[in-house]
Design a protein around this ligand. Sequence first.
Ligand code: DHB
Ligand code: FE
Length: 392
Amino acid sequence: MAKITAGIGCSHVPAIGAAFDQGLTQEPYWKPLFDGFEPARDWIRKHKPDVAILVYNDHGSALTLEMIPTLAIGVADEFKPADEGWGPRQVPVVKGHSALAWHLAETLIINEFDMCVLNTLDVDHGLTVPLNITCGKVDEWPFAVIPIPINVVMFPIPTGDRCWRMGEVIRKAVEAFPEDLNVVVFGTGGMSHQIHGERSGMINRDFDTAFLNDLTRNPQRLRHIKHEEYTTLAGAEGIEMVMWMVMRAALGDNKVREVYRHYHVPASNTAAGLIILENDDLHNPKPAGKARAARPKAKTKAKAKAPAAARPGRKGKVPAKKAVLKKAIVKKAVVKKAVVKKATGKPSRGSKAATSKAKVAAPRKTVKVAKKVPSKKPAARKSAARSSARKR
Ligand code: DHB
Ligand code: FE
């Protein structure tokens, strides 16, 4: 039987991919961030997943504003790196797991998550950067990947709670798949960041820390964070963190163990977070049959608990985190020294139409582009020049 053994929360900052591609990982700006990825790579080498279900958002690369699937799943045998404006990244083609992907699609749809089924999908930095972070530079990715793109770019965006419930169905689906597979689930995006407007460059370390803590201590609080809280406290693009809820719920109601965490500011305009959670079943396997039988009860219990744990003003177990929710501590990140600029500087394929449509339909700027910060570093100038040359 297939089994979800671990979850990984991981930022997907495009400039991390660019630093990787341009061999800049040992530059003073990037080294502390990249050093913190090493233990995750060791963990992947030891853990040897067969398949990763990778929840991410496309950034106008394959899914433009012409069609906006809220929830989608890639069922193909392979997914090519997308052209995000300066040619596809030179990273391996991503191999899919079509049989499990179709099984997930079917189970999700029967359980009323109406997935958009993608027979072809070019995958952008949202998917390839977390693979680089956890696998390094490789000739071939060490596991198959089932991409689950979720729209977090254009409102209306699904809630964290909806993402949570989707994760619960994914868990059930994987457990019912007959092949013996070691499956991990990635939730990507975040952490706090905003890449446009007045608050561009904002970071909220306290919000992020409480979020990382509560993945193990109080995930029900995270499940009920509203869009307004994300955008106010974690920035407009911090809302990407709803996708981590799919990952956390897919680990089940049982306890999870945090086995690794790395948090670093700044990474481009973003607070970069990486966390690995192991499913407690790994350490304390339940006797076969019992786990399944216990599921509905455990689920009800967790649900009943949720409002109390999340209720504001009540004496709870996590006062520090509540304070974080009440009081936005919004700081400008020190972002101006990033070596790699304009990682998403050029609008992607289809985004001309997307931009003009966005003017009519979008309640906020919808196509994400990296902040244009002039840099004194030669590499940055080169990349900016290249990118603007392509525009002409
Ligand atoms: C940045 C971060 C993102 O998550 C993204 O999708 C685009 C840009 C940034 O920090 O520049
Ligand atoms: Fe993003």
